[in-house]
Design a protein around this ligand. Structure first.
Ligand SMILES: C[S@@+](CC[C@H](N)C(=O)[O-])C[C@H]1O[C@@H](n2cnc3c(N)ncnc32)[C@H](O)[C@@H]1O
Length: 238
């Protein structure tokens, strides 16, 4: 798949209010993201790219941002990145145009809630530092499960907040302050577990805290079978 030009796909239409806040935040972040956030999240990004690469060649990255993961995908992989922020993906496209990352095949301006991509097409979907920012994370995960092949994996890396108690209260407070800057500190891991439990075709393959200090968690969800909607109905008895 060729590298998409900025004109080759349409921006998402009429995003809801929460999404508008995220769009505004990342429009501001685009110029500063690499020097400020780059080093802080480097270990998590690398872990996500490596785990995705172990599933096969075809990788979709959701919320690819400025393309800080590019160097983490090994040669021979075929990476498609999508992001809802025109400003962030413009930086990623500039990097890809340098020719240094032949593994990056396409960068598409797209909302993760409505992936304009075929079903069962990817060996892995990597979501580094993005799932907690989505308006409807469950909808995004459903989309990930749709486009990943049976046997493939959804690899998430993020900071997941405390489930309850004072730490959860603090997370909610920090999120209220940080929301306008596109930050989230109060997304509990149990929300992902509930999503997986509601889907017979998804299992949690791994959950581990990452260095430094275990602030970030890597989670791998495996798609075990054809999604329910696509399983053929049993033949009538008798
Ligand atoms: C914290 S940044 C992470 C960027 C990159 N994955 C990294 O690790 O450096 C979150 C990214 O998710 C993107 N994002 C947020 N909501 C999105 C959505 N609904 N669809 C696609 N991308 C989205 C933002 O535009 C931003 O680029």
């Amino acid at each position: 798949m060729p590298l998409a030009s900025p004109e080759s796909n349409s921006p998402p239409q009429s995003p809801p209010a929460a999404a508008r806040e995220t769009l505004a935040a990342y429009a501001r972040w685009a110029a500063l993201y690499d020097p400020i956030i780059g080093p802080i999240c480097a270990t998590g990004r690398r872990a996500a790219a490596r785990a995705a690469g172990r599933c096969g060649r075809r990788i979709l990255e959701i919320g690819v941002g400025t393309g800080l993961t590019f160097a983490d995908y090994r040669p021979g992989t075929e990476v498609v990145g999508i992001d809802v922020s025109a400003e962030m993906i413009a930086v990623a496209r500039h990097k890809a145009a340098s020719g240094r990352f032949p593994q990056v095949r396409a960068l598409l301006l797209m909302d993760a809630h409505n992936l304009d991509l075929p079903a069962d097409d990817f060996d892995a979907v990597a979501v580094p530092f993005a799932i907690t920012l989505m308006t409807s994370p469950e909808r995004v995960l459903d989309e990930c499960a749709r486009v990943v092949r049976p046997g493939g994996e959804i690899v998430l890396v993020s900071h997941f907040g405390a489930e309850d108690g004072a730490a959860a209260d603090l997370g909610r407070h920090l999120t209220r302050i940080g929301r306008a800057a596109g930050l989230c500190f109060d997304f509990p891991f149990s929300r992902l577990k509930r999503w997986a439990a509601a889907r017979p075709d998804i299992e949690l393959a791994e959950r581990r805290r990452l260095a430094p200090f275990g602030v970030y968690t890597l989670a791998r969800f495996r798609r075990t079978a054809a999604s329910p909607a696509r399983v053929p109905a049993a033949p009538p008895k008798g």
